[in-house]
Design a protein around this ligand. Structure first.
Ligand SMILES: *[C@@H]1O[C@H](CO)[C@@H](O)[C@H](O)[C@H]1NC(C)=O
Ligand SMILES: *[C@@H]1O[C@H](CO)[C@@H](O)[C@H](O)[C@H]1NC(C)=O
Length: 327
């Protein structure tokens, strides 16, 4: 009896060893086939992109899975149609051209990893950005890319507040109006925004337009900033946006669309129901003067708009310095 026990143990061990060997072999084969499948998928996702773009996109996906900074709490999983349909009836709208393309992509990544899954429409002001973003659609389910219907414009990085830039941003109002007239809620976001949290919960309640507010320290009177706003397709909203479009067409070329909008809003009150978005949750670029802001405050913010930071280069630097550049 005493001799049998070790014998049984030895046999059992041999069995286990053999089993383990077969097991590891199977695992190895499985891993190899998975690896092959993965690399194949990576190749097939972007049929139109060239290899340099492929690498860029692959790196972008990698970095969107990064969890080493304050903003990256939830790893990216692709949105399904069911997720996207939760926001049916609302179009997240933004516009871009090749000069602002990387900033737009950065915003898309910041949204993607929160898994908000909005129905996104990007109006491409030039052919280059149209093609580039169209190639990214599989990476961002729910992304629609449209060519401008107002005639293509320059691909340059426009000097902020320069004449062409002002003309470029004025076109946004036309697009907003078009979607409102089709009955959609329009969530408009400038490309120079970074999303820390889902803003949709802030859009509850009774209002025509919800908009970010900025306080000018000199005047202490807040002004609405259309860099992030939700427009509901109500009679009030349509009247405001139509008047906004009409006035933009007749005011001086260098007048900012924001200034015109604020005038229209003042005139339309009190019938027009404006909802001011909390500046704590919807801050502007001035908060980044505090180098530790992202660490301390980003967790309490929904969307940061990089306004009050001059020019494309200035914004890019701030994105990078604060660990908010995901490309
Ligand atoms: C998403 O937006 C597009 C416009 O780009 C629109 O045609 C489509 O109906 C929208 N989908 C949903 C589910 O709202
Ligand atoms: C803008 O003004 C021009 C004339 O200055 C006019 O022909 C055009 O129809 C106007 N467009 C809109 C959208 O009001």
């Amino acid at each position: 009896m005493a001799g049998l026990v070790p014998m049984a143990t030895v046999m059992a061990t041999r069995k286990v060893n053999a089993w383990c060997f077969v097991c590891s072999l199977l695992l190895l084969i499985l891993a190899a086939s998975l690896l092959m499948k993965c690399s194949q998928t990576n190749k097939n996702i972007y049929p139109n992109a060239n290899s340099k773009e492929q690498t860029r996109v692959t790196n972008a996906v990698k970095s969107s899975n990064r969890v080493d900074d304050a903003s990256a709490k939830i790893p990216a999983r692709l949105c399904t149609q069911v997720d996207i349909d939760r926001h049916a009836g609302t179009v997240l709208l933004t516009t871009t051209n090749a000069g602002f393309l990387d900033m737009t992509e950065n915003m898309l990544h910041s949204i993607k990893r929160l898994r908000i899954c909005p129905n996104i429409t990007v109006i491409a002001e030039d052919e280059r950005s149209y093609r580039r973003l169209s190639a990214l659609k599989t990476l961002h389910p729910g992304l629609h890319v449209q060519r401008t219907n107002l005639g293509a414009t320059t691909s340059d990085r426009l000097r902020v507040y320069g004449r062409t830039y002002v003309q470029f941003v004025k076109r946004r109002t036309h697009y907003i109006l078009r979607f409102l007239e089709d009955g959609y809620n329009v969530l408009f976001a400038d490309a120079d925004t970074f999303w820390f949290q889902d803003p949709f919960p802030d859009f509850r309640g009774n209002f025509d337009i919800a908009m970010r507010q900025e306080v000018n320290p000199a005047s202490l009177s807040p002004v609405f900033c259309n860099g992030l706003a939700l427009y509901r397709p109500t009679e009030n909203t349509l009247a405001v946006v139509r008047e906004w479009v009409r006035l933009l067409n007749t005011t001086h070329k260098k007048t900012m669309d924001k200034d015109v909008l604020n005038r229209v809003i003042q005139k339309r009150k009190p019938n027009l129901r404006m909802k001011s978005l909390d500046p704590g949750r919807y801050p502007d670029g001035r908060v980044l003067r505090d180098k530790g802001w992202v660490k301390k405050q980003a967790g309490r913010s929904a969307v940061l708009h990089f306004s009050h930071i001059f020019g494309y280069e200035g914004k890019l630097k701030k994105f990078k310095e604060n660990g908010l550049w995901l490309l």
